[in-house]
Design a protein around this ligand. Structure first.
Ligand SMILES: Nc1ncnc2c1ncn2[C@@H]1O[C@H](COP(=O)(O)OP(=O)(O)OP(=O)(O)O)[C@@H](O)[C@H]1O
Length: 250
C-alpha cells in the first residue's frame, strides 16, 4: 500500500476486566473506504473513539500521516484532517442547515461559540459549509431550519459537518443507522463518491452497504482484528465465517 494515512500500532483499551481493544494493529490507505465490522460489543465504537481522540488508549500508538497523534485531543486531530462524523442527537432546530454546519465546524475546530458575532457571518466558514452541503446534496436546503429536515437529510447534515472540516480521513460510525432503504441507498451513493478523494474508516452494521462500499474490510471480534482484506477474501475467510458472518453469508 502507499504510505498509510492512519496506522494503529498495538492499541489496547480495557474497561474493568474486559479487553475491549486488544492489541489492534491496522493500516488505513490514503484513498478509499476501509470498513471495520464485527459482532455487537466487538469494540468497534471504542476503536473509533480512540482514533478520533475522545478516548485515550491504555497502550499503543496512533499515527496520522506519519505523526504520532496519540496524545492529541480531538480538536487538534480534527485540525490536522482527522474528522469524525457524530450522530447529531440535537441539532439546533431553529437555526438554518447552513448555520448548523458553520457552528459545528467552529466548535470542532476548538474555537468557542461567538453568538455576539454569529459564526455563519464569517465568510470563510460559510463558504466551507456551503461547499460541504453541496457535496452532500443538501445545498438546496441550506436556508431551511435544521429541525425541518428528514431523518436521512439529518444524516447528510452530519456528513456535511464532518466534510466541512476538510478532513483527509473521515471516521464514520454507523452513518446508515435508522435510515430506510431509499435513504440508505442515497447515502451509499454519496459515500461511494466521497471515497474517491477521501480516506474513510467506516463502522457499519449494514453488510450490504459494507460489501458494496469497502475496498478493505477488517473484522473485529472481542477487541481483536481477526482478519483484514478485500471484501471477497473476507467473505471467503473460514475464520471470519465461523466467528461472525455465519455459513449463510457465503
Ligand atoms: N465506557 C465504558 N465503560 C465500560 N464498558 C464499556 C464502555 N464503553 C463500551 N464498553 C463495553 O465495551 C464493549 C465494546 O463496546 P463497543 O460499543 O465498542 O462495541 P461495538 O462493536 O461498537 O458494539 P455495537 O456493534 O453493538 O455498537 C462492550 O462490551 C461494551 O459494553
Amino acid at each position: 500500500m502507499a504510505e498509510p494515512i492512519l496506522r494503529l500500532d498495538g492499541l489496547r483499551k480495557r474497561f474493568g476486566g474486559l479487553a475491549v481493544t486488544d492489541d489492534v494493529t491496522l493500516l488505513v490507505a490514503p484513498r478509499g473506504l476501509h470498513a471495520v465490522i464485527g459482532p455487537n460489543g466487538a469494540g468497534k465504537t471504542t476503536l473509533i473513539h480512540q482514533v478520533s481522540g475522545t478516548l485515550r488508549p491504555d497502550a499503543g500508538r496512533i499515527w496520522f500521516e506519519g505523526r504520532d497523534v496519540t496524545a492529541l485531543p480531538m480538536h487538534r486531530r480534527a485540525r490536522l484532517g482527522l474528522a469524525r462524523s457524530f450522530q447529531i442527537t440535537s441539532v439546533l432546530p431553529g437555526f438554518s442547515v447552513l448555520e448548523n454546519v458553520a457552528l459545528a465546524v467552529q466548535a470542532r475546530q476548538g474555537s468557542s461559540f461567538r453568538f455576539m458575532r454569529p459564526a455563519a457571518s464569517e465568510a470563510r466558514l460559510n463558504a466551507a459549509a456551503l461547499a460541504a452541503l453541496e457535496r452532500m446534496g443538501l445545498a438546496a436546503r441550506a436556508a431551511v431550519p435544521a429541525g425541518a429536515l428528514s431523518h436521512g437529510e439529518k444524516r447528510q447534515l452530519e456528513l456535511a459537518i464532518a466534510l466541512a472540516l476538510e478532513p483527509r480521513l473521515l471516521l464514520l460510525d454507523e452513518p446508515l443507522a435508522g435510515t430506510g432503504p431509499e435513504e440508505a441507498e442515497r447515502l451509499i451513493g454519496i459515500l461511494s463518491t466521497l471515497k474517491r478523494d477521501h480516506a474513510i474508516l467506516l463502522v457499519e452494521h449494514d453488510m450490504q452497504a459494507v460489501f458494496a462500499l469497502a475496498d478493505v474490510i477488517s473484522v473485529l471480534v472481542y477487541g481483536k482484528v481477526i482478519a483484514t482484506g478485500a471484501p471477497d477474501a473476507i467473505r471467503a475467510d473460514p475464520q471470519v465465517r465461523a466467528a461472525y458472518l455465519g455459513e449463510d453469508a457465503a
